[in-house]
Design a protein around this ligand. Sequence first.
Ligand code: BTN
Length: 265
Amino acid sequence: MQFMQELLHAASVLHTLTGRRFGHPVHVYMQLGSTNDEAKQLAEGGAPEGLLVLAEEQTAGRGRLDRRWLTPPGTALAFSLVLRPTLAAHLALRVTMLVGVAVCKAIQQLTPVTPMLKWPNDILINGKKVGGILVEGGMEADQLQYAVVGIGLNVSAAPADGEVDFPATALQTEAQTPVDRLLLLSTILQQLEEHYALLTAPDDQLRTNWVSYLTWLRTPVVVQTPTGDILGEAQGVDTDGALLIQLPSGETVRVLAGDVRLRLA
Ligand code: BTN
């Protein structure tokens, strides 16, 4: 079932975001290269926490590991938010944890589906990718100066199998119900605001919340990392967001960056 989307209008975006802490100021583009590139440039220039860049269409959208991210007009939600948390740079993966939790909670709030996260940044529904998170930071010494949180969600259409390296789906296809993109945007921002304090909280709440959405734990996986493949069983994650992989030798290693794939026995 296909539900069409109305094109975004700056006035309706402004209206929807009234009262939100995140989402001010907001820059709305009908077409842009990448909202992350634009937000990063604005953050480098001193843009405040809460600044949002939203694009109807991206012509050079980026995913992790230099992959391209497709955002055809009228079908998706693509935006980047500037955050300025007081966080050590080596804890930047906690921002991805926070965003994953906020997006999943927003999807649950608006639709009957159960979203899951594939470590560290893929949003899945029924085993297919519906969205992704790209967090990019500016740092000085070991202090995060800013984090640009990029979120892309397939709302009414998804790329075909040949166009992506992981099966994709769209939120409306899985939910079998119309999803208003601006309401989705506003709900994600609301969830981010509500959970923001967990980012720097000394307790285990952010990790516990994140784990409740993580898929493929206690499963044989292969993690493709910049330094080679790691084969083992995903055991869990630590408070910094690192994936804990138990090797066949019994030793457990921490992985901070990589791409996880299921390993068939
Ligand atoms: C991934 O799955 O690897 C992450 C995809 C992140 C895509 C979003 S869309 C908005 C923002 N702008 C970009 O160029 N990328 C992110």
